[in-house]
Ligand binder design. Structure first.
Ligand SMILES: [Zn+2]
Length: 90
């Protein structure tokens, strides 16, 4: 076991933002931390939301985290992800 945070890649359709429903302070884009939440260590506490939904009820901090998570994911998106069909709505 190493000290690096590991993630499960998770792709949904629209609700690509995974929020920890236990502590509501962690959000990840198209992935969830494993084996548990890095903040509260809750297991299977993550639920998928759209960015719009998070903007609706999230704290400023959570919204900022969601936005930056998406930006980072876009930068480090592995090539394997490109092989997955992606629905482009716009
Ligand atoms: Zn948590």
């Amino acid at each position: 076991m190493d000290s690096m945070q590991s993630f499960w890649p998770v792709s949904h359709r629209d609700d690509d933002f995974w929020v920890c429903m236990s502590c509501l302070t962690e959000v990840f884009y198209r992935k969830v931390p494993m084996p548990d939440c890095p903040s509260c260590h809750g297991v299977s506490t993550y639920e998928g939301f759209t960015l719009e939904a998070i903007r609706d009820w999230g704290t400023d901090e959570l919204i900022a985290k969601a936005s930056s998570a998406q930006e980072v994911a876009a930068l480090v998106q592995p090539a394997a992800e490109a092989a997955t069909p992606v629905e482009t709505a716009d």
